[in-house]
Design a binder for this molecule. Structure first.
Ligand code: GDD
Length: 323
């Protein structure tokens, strides 16, 4: 079968590519922009076919999808860093919404059955109340950032294209995920990189942090990749699924775990530039709907994820900014 991953050079995309290549009958294609960094997929370079395309451009998206005629599309490409969406809201909204729209329109034009997974986000839930935990798919969406609004739009567009045209679209609301190759702007990876830089004597013991009170539900990226695959193999078209662990940790607890795993001495300082105009205080999901339909459950404990992340930075201290 032909599988196309948008965002294949990114963090989750590269892990999903690894997983696809373990399957026997998969011919793997990835969409790449001319300026994309490629270090996340260099180890599998000769086992996949990369096609140049900017998803914001309808014509080039249509050409690529026509050429590949994919059976599965995993649509992961997006502007995925929440703070960037305050600095450049129109860029985040247009990249995320138009990119998906162009994929849907392109698939509609080919005469080939194709299932599409779209990577929506737990950020869509936004302002969640204490008595709504663990969050179910039926929870109201109260987005707190332009990024979150872009994901609500992607989500609703997926629903609308399913209803209007019967397209085989499965929406996944991924909660936070982390692990090796995570871009250094995201919290666990940022902290792990700072700790490794301190271990290596590359920086003083000062660790810069933002809001440590926020709570997040972290899944290992390798479990997340398995969930993405199962969403198309066994998930129901038109449905939306939470992907998470149903456990949450405060960012302070994550920081403490990383420091303990390293053993290094640090001096923690709040950096006001790391605080957001509004931060989602608590995200903890309920994945029972996805478990019922696909059998998926997370397998990798947080300690292993964080320990592998530290190891990743020890092995790749100069890795660039791939989000
Ligand atoms: N990045 C960062 N850096 N975040 C920090 C820091 C810091 O130094 N200190 C505290 N935080 C807090 C943030 O304020 C936020 O509450 C939490 O750590 C997680 O921040 P991120 O790792 O940047 O992720 P996110 O929750 O904003 O968004 C991620 O998860 C979403 C799913 O819920 C991204 O991966 C999104 O693309 C994804 O949709």
């Amino acid at each position: 079968m032909r599988v196309l991953i948008t965002g294949i050079t990114g963090f989750a995309g590269s892990h999903l590519a690894d997983l696809c290549l373990e399957k026997e009958d998969v011919e793997l294609y990835g969409i790449i922009r001319w300026r994309s960094r490629t270090e996340n997929i260099e180890h599998i370079w000769d086992r996949l076919k990369l096609l140049e395309c900017d998803l914001r451009d309808a014509t080039s998206t249509r050409d690529v999808i026509k050429e590949v005629e994919p059976d599965y599309i995993f649509h992961l490409a997006a502007q995925s860093y929440v703070p960037t969406s305050w600095r450049a809201p129109s860029e985040s909204l247009s990249t995320n919404i138009l990119g998906e729209l162009n994929v849907f329109e392109a698939v509609r034009k080919i005469d080939h059955p194709c299932r599409i997974q779209i990577a929506c986000s737990s950020e869509e839930y936004g302002m969640v109340l204490e008595d709504e935990i663990p969050i179910k798919e039926t929870n109201p969406l109260r987005p707190l950032s332009p990024y979150a609004v872009s994901k609500v739009a992607q989500d609703m567009l997926g629903y609308q294209y399913y209803k209007s045209y019967g397209m085989e679209i499965v929406r996944t609301r991924g909660f936070n995920h982390t692990g090796p190759r995570r871009g250094p702007v995201f919290v666990c990876s940022d902290f792990a990189k700072q700790i490794v830089d301190i271990e290596n004597g590359k920086k003083s013991s000062v660790m810069k942090v933002g809001n440590l009170d926020a709570k997040r539900d972290f899944t290992d990226v390798r479990d997340m990749a398995r969930a993405y695959w199962l969403s198309l193999e066994r998930g129901k078209a038109g449905e939306v699924y939470n992907l998470c662990t149903s456990k949450s940790y405060s960012i302070r607890e994550i920081l403490d775990m990383l420091i303990k795993l390293s053993g290094v001495k640090v001096d923690i300082r709040t950096d006001k530039d790391r605080l957001r105009p509004s931060d989602v205080p608590l995200l903890e999901g309920d994945y029972s709907k996805f478990n019922n339909d696909t059998g998926w459950e997370p397998r990798i404990p947080i300690e292993k994820t964080l320990s592998d992340l530290l190891e990743f930075w020890r092995e790749n201290p100069d890795r660039g900014l791939v989000v």
